[in-house]
Design a protein around this ligand. Structure first.
Ligand code: FAD
Length: 409
């Protein structure tokens, strides 16, 4: 028999993308939803995503793109609520989307604030109650339900609880990881929290002149001769290291081990820049200046840096460059090595690696396998995706699945 509405209470900790989707789904199923959020507004972190444009999801969503325990089970989660379900829901609540040529999805408005506003409005229409500026400072099992302790001393009890309190990334936006000890007390494993999608810190003295240079490269993370990870994408040289998607997508691997064992190798002649190698063959016997050859793909500043390093003159005709000098130069551009020092801290990273292992929840309902009536969603779990909308998709999917299940009596 269906429970009376007064007993179908779902408490949700965190009104980020995961908590808001959980709340919307549960409220639409007829449950009484109470969202507890320490910030004064919902979706505070959402506002900064995609540099304020909100990169919502990606055409390439697939379990193998993610890192984390039992990530192959993400198939089951995405079968319940995947990219298409997300796009349909967003459109329905007033957020039509488009995608770039490389498959990154954004709202047509290109406004993260508009997405947060539409989600908040949909939640209010569905009857969800927001408890803003309210931090949950403790929680415990109470019979078959849960008791939340709120700052200010009040308590709240509910038979079902969704924890969507995020991880420890970017703590100034609300999530600090403070609830993980309570999750441990409820029977969950909590893997050490590490920065992910973080800039890499590296020895940059040899590359000082390249500060501010932005380029596309293939990046390989090496421990000795073993390749731990490989990406291709954009990056920027900074005084303290390297930033941008190509290196951020490797950072969860860097933060997982002692940095002194790790090296980063950049191939500056990968992708379209391989045109330099082709031109070196076709123009080998020509008067093409060496500088012009490199500038076929590299910015003049970058080309000059590597010419100076190799003690080669840029206006030398290609036909006059000794073969071994040319091959050494091309070899160097294909394997620029950096000694890594680690990753920048939680204040500078976009997501958290570690947390509660995904294998400790049912991937179709996000219900805890340790505590009945408890649901986990979003960054609280140990799933990490690359740049490009993968993390928001996981937050939305896991939140929606949790809300669908928690709202059903
Ligand atoms: C600068 C930046 C840019 C990003 N850009 C993108 C992007 O373009 N695309 C993408 O896919 N991902 C992006 N991400 C990652 C994305 O924002 C996260 O994956 C996503 O926000 C995780 O959602 P969540 O709901 O799990 O956690 P959060 O968004 O962290 O939400 C958790 C909420 O819980 C609240 N909370 C925490 N503890 C308590 C408590 N004890 N009591 C009450 N409330 C609490 C917090 O205040 C917070 O509002 C970006 C992240 C950053 C930092």
């Amino acid at each position: 028999m269906t429970k009376p509405a007064s007993e179908r209470v779902v408490a949700i900790i965190g009104a980020g993308p995961a908590g808001m989707l959980a709340g919307l789904m549960a409220a639409r199923s007829g449950a009484q939803v109470h969202l507890f959020e320490s910030n004064a507004t919902a979706g505070r972190k959402l506002l900064v995503t995609g540099s304020g444009r909100c990169n919502l999801t990606n055409a390439g969503i697939a379990p193998e793109k993610y890192a984390g325990s039992a990530k192959e089970e993400l198939n089951q989660l995405f079968a319940v609520f995947g990219r298409e379900e997300l796009l349909t829901l967003l459109k329905e609540i007033g957020v039509p989307t488009f995608h770039t040529e490389d498959g990154w999805y954004y709202p047509v408005s290109e406004s993260a604030a508009a997405v947060a506003d539409a989600l908040t409005a949909a939640l209010r229409t569905a009857g969800a109650a927001f408890h803003l500026s309210t931090r949950v400072v403790g929680l415990e099992r109470l019979g078959r339900g849960f008791r939340l302790r709120l700052d200010g001393g009040a308590e709240f009890t509910a038979p079902r609880l969704v924890i969507a309190a995020g991880g420890a990334a970017y703590p100034s936006l609300g999530s600090t990881g403070a609830l993980f000890p309570a999750l441990g007390e409820l029977g969950h494993t909590v893997r050490p929290l590490r920065p992910a999608l973080a800039p890499l810190v590296a020895e940059m003295r040899p590359f000082q002149r390249l500060q501010g240079v932005r380029l596309d490269a293939r990046a390989r993370l090496l421990r000795g001769k073993t390749t731990l990870g490989e990406t291709y994408g954009n990056l920027i040289f900074t005084p303290w290291g390297l930033n941008g998607p190509a290196v951020m997508d490797l950072s969860h691997l860097v933060s997982a081990q002692p940095a002194e064992d790790l090296t980063l190798s950049l191939d500056l002649l990968a992708g379209p820049a391989s045109a330099v190698r082709e031109l070196a063959v076709t123009a080998r016997k020509s008067d093409l200046p060496l500088r012009v050859l490199l500038q076929a793909a590299l910015a003049p500043k970058t080309a000059q840096f590597f010419l100076d390093e190799a003690r080669l003159k840029g206006d030398t005709a290609l036909r006059r460059v000794p073969e071994n000098h040319l091959q050494q130069l091309l070899g160097r551009l294909g394997d620029v090595r950096f000694t890594l020092r680690g990753v920048r801290g939680f204040e500078y990273c976009q997501v958290t690696a570690g947390g509660v292992p995904f294998e400790e929840v049912n991937p179709r309902t996000m219900e805890s396998r340790r505590a009945a009536g408890l649901y986990l969603a979003g960054e609280t779990l140990d799933i990490v995706g690359p740049c490009g909308g993968y993390n928001l998709q996981f937050a939305f999917s896991s939140g929606a699945a949790a809300g669908l299940a928690a709202g059903l009596w």
